[in-house]
Design a protein around this ligand. Structure first.
Ligand SMILES: Nc1ncnc2c1ncn2[C@@H]1O[C@H](COP(=O)(O)OP(=O)(O)OP(=O)(O)O)[C@@H](O)[C@H]1O
Ligand SMILES: [Mg+2]
Length: 256
């Protein structure tokens, strides 16, 4: 059984992934440390989304997905037969490229998963909704419009609502997969600031193909290329003193 250090929330060892006959990820080994931001960078189709969807079992939805190797979350194999995949998906939440709020009120978007978990008490629900919206730095802007549709919100605010919805499920890890793709120049720094503020309480994984964004937001970074984790280490080292020529070419803009 692979060992996991105390500070490591996720331990990935010798991970190989295939969709059908195509091998997408090749022998990845790394740790995601607690309460840090770990970024994955790399060209399009390098396997970033495939990787993060393995970490919370969202890839189970792809019929031809197959993997070998281990993914331990707090020491437990997330693919063990006794583990409930939807519980993992809740504990390791995900924010996608495009914000997709449910067609429900702002309040009900955040309360949705909590209600499914059986919490019906209004005061408790109100507290969770407010706390989640505050952490997503959206409360002040929506507190007078909680019963409105998310359609009244900008793209950036809708993404913040998706962050609040994920936080309401009380996750330990939040994965952001290119969360700023649909955001404008003023909304992007806001989302980056939210990620920084969440770091005190959550373990964060941030996928981006914007190099400078990864340098700004992350403590640790991994460079994926053609399904290989070419280099993984402290963000500063990856960007200022990369060990592999391919990493250097990518971070300097010569590749990808
Ligand atoms: N569900 C799937 N079934 C089959 N092949 C897939 C599936 N999802 C992704 N792939 C393939 O896996 C490879 C890696 O794709 P992935 O989406 O993980 O890359 P990415 O690094 O996230 O790219 P991007 O930066 O464009 O988001 C690609 O060749 C893609 O076509
Ligand atoms: Mg992707």
């Amino acid at each position: 059984m692979p060992q996991q250090s105390n500070l490591s929330t996720l331990h990935i060892s010798e991970l190989n992934v295939w969709y059908g006959k195509n091998q997408i990820l090749k022998n990845l080994t790394f740790d995601v440390l607690s309460k840090q931001v770990t970024a994955f960078i790399g060209p399009s189709n390098s396997g970033k989304t495939t990787l993060v969807r393995c970490l919370n079992r969202l890839n189970d939805l792809s019929v031809d997905f197959r993997h070998t190797g281990n993914i331990l979350f707090k020491g437990k194999n997330i693919y063990a037969s006794k583990i409930n995949a939807s519980e993992i998906t809740k504990q390791i939440g995900m924010i996608f490229q495009k914000p997709i709020p449910f067609s429900k009120s702002i309040y009900d978007n955040v309360a949705y998963g909590v209600r499914i978990d059986g919490i019906k008490d209004t005061i408790q629900l109100d507290d969770i909704v407010e706390d989640s919206l505050r952490k997503a730095q959206l409360w002040d802007e929506v507190c007078d419009n909680l019963q409105s549709s998310p359609d009244i919100l900008s793209n950036g605010q809708q993404q913040q609502l998706c962050v609040a919805r994920a936080l309401a499920g009380n996750p330990e890890v939040l994965i952001f997969d290119e969360p700023c793709e649909q955001l404008d120049a003023t909304e992007t720094p806001k989302l980056e600031a939210i990620v920084q503020s969440l770091k005190t309480q959550y373990t964060l994984i941030f996928v981006t193909n914007k190099r400078r964004q990864a340098a700004r937001v992350s403590d640790v970074a991994g460079f994926l290329c053609c399904g290989e984790l070419v280099e993984f280490g402290q963000t500063e080292q990856i960007f200022t003193n990369p060990k592999d020529k391919r990493t250097e070419d990518y971070v300097t803009g010569r590749l990808g």
